[in-house]
Design a binder for this molecule. Sequence first.
Ligand code: DC
Length: 227
Amino acid sequence: MIRLAPIVTIDGPSGSGKGTIAKMLADRLGWHFLDSGALYRVVGLLAEQQGITPDSPGMLGDLARTMPLRFDSEGRVLLANADISDAIRTEQAGNAASRVAAVPQVREALITWQRSYVRPPGLVADGRDMGSVIFPDAEVKIFLTASTEERAMRRYNQLKEKGLNVNLARLTAEIQERDERDRNRSVAPLVAPAAALEVESTNLSIDQVYLRVLERVREALPNLHWD
Ligand code: DC
């Protein structure tokens, strides 16, 4: 298949820093950015509001296919024009997302949506299965990891900064539970894709991780124009 634009995929568990790195890279390159987790978070949130559980996979698939969702030019998440950008960022929405993400009908419904993001001059895609399932022929694949304790601590600090009241032990347990579900589900589990650059970031700063990723992108795409 001929592709319209080059793709960099960045996958990893929650709190690995993939969202931050993916955004930095997309800004630096002037490329489009796909936050695939946001799609699952919206489905998770809507499913909770409407009382639809994974026991009704067909209904969840329909929900994912028909939700009136769009992203505006600033990356705000709009559902029938209501701004739900903040509502989908809670831990509760993350956990709900992880539950609906194990449902094959939901994943299937979101495939076309995710692939439609491939547009010139390029795409940086952030998620769990970007390099393994959605864009298996991506030019660059990155897999970011960090220890559970470090990821929980990062998330704890983020939430604290937002002024939220958080409990580190509970957060750690929730992250562990979410990881387990994301790694062990039967469809598109979280795995390091073949040929991915794996970066273990427990003892690295964001800038150190970013430099390694940039180096890999430069090697793989030597004809890229850098300002
Ligand atoms: O990256 P995130 O924390 O926003 O993702 C929320 C949940 O969505 C995550 O726990 C699993 C699911 N997800 C997925 O299954 N596949 C993706 N490509 C992205 C997210």
